[in-house]
Design a binder for this molecule. Sequence first.
Ligand SMILES: *Cc1c(COP(=O)(O)O)cnc(C)c1O
Length: 428
Amino acid sequence: MLYQRSSQLFAEAEKVIPGGVNSPVRAFKSVGGTPIFVKQAKGAYLYDEDGNRLIDYINSWGPMILGHAFEPVVQAVTERAKLGTSFGMPTELETQIAALAVSMVPNIDKIRFVNSGTEACMSAVRLARGFTKRDKIIKFAGCYHGHSDSFLIQAGSGAMTFGTPNSPGVTAGTAKDTLLAKYNDLENVRSLIEANPNEIAAIIVEPIAGNMGCVPPTKGFLEGLRQLCTENGILLIFDEVMTGFRLAKGGAQELLNINADIVCFGKVIGGGLPVGAFAARAEIMNYLAPLGPVYQAGTLSGNPLAMAAGLAMLESLNNDAAIFKRLEEKTAYLETGIHKVLQANNVVYTINRVGSMISVHFDASPVIDLQTAAKGDNDTFKKFFHGLVQEGIYIAPSAYETWFITDALSYEDLDFTINAIDKVSKTL
Ligand SMILES: *Cc1c(COP(=O)(O)O)cnc(C)c1O
């Protein structure tokens, strides 16, 4: 495949945009080469500026769960745009999507919409601090909760790819209120709580981690967190920006049957427009301005185009009883196929998967946290990534990312992908 025009466009971009990109993981830093510029996409396929077609396994890092240019979303946005694109005043649409989200997700009474997953997590933590009147939070190494200051401490994929676990610009004062724990290590959490009695406002966790590859919680881990939180007056925040509306209608809370106190959303909830949200029971949500003392706001929050896209997406998921089963089956089929060809070619690997989140790690030992995820062989990954691009398959340009399966993928696409992986595996 040729990448002449993408290379030219990247060179132009680098002159006026730092690193040529508006979000670092797009830059191909960890795999080398120049990023592919997209012209358009439809269903499971990307079409780049050089005229190549790629089967897409990133899907905008999750949102396009029903495929690119999904008709109901395109129609909703197009129709809505004609009526005005922003008012800074309430619209009926906001109540409609809020009511639908509250009906789909267990254990939440009210939801507030923001513009990104970052904003959702940042606001959720402020709310938890205000509600509990405590300052500290516990986060897990390798979990990503967006790029706000409190979370840029061993933040997983993006930050990890660049070898900067802690970003300059985060003050020591902010960093000291974020306590770092090991994913899937309950004893570690227990000792942090004991060392900081009555000081911890919240534990924030990706219930199924997706930013160090896909790392499922080990048996009892989330149940243990739930219990520790309840016993110690700590709020449990599930960051479901990735898992929400992807693993089940009600996200990981429903799938795993564990209730969080505050839940964060992003990605799928916006149908491909910039949307995030956080939600909780009324007692907690009523602590937010204008009802309560915790301030949180946004000029474009609840934007009509974004809400129209999100509503069309959630309605489509809610009305399709078989959608999550279908996604699970397609991803399981892909997993089985990848196992077969990697084994046949004697590749050393581990595959992790939960529902439609899957990751391939080039190391034989189980991947259960950041440390074990980091053991994957990055040179092999680079070859794997570029080999797949040559075959017309696009996965994330980083070894620490989950693949996001879309329902737009056909079984022919999956077979094509498995064959491509077979071919590329022979070169590793
Ligand atoms: C993507 C992601 C975020 C950040 O969302 P943005 O919309 O990129 O700000 C937060 N948490 C998790 C788990 C994510 O995967």
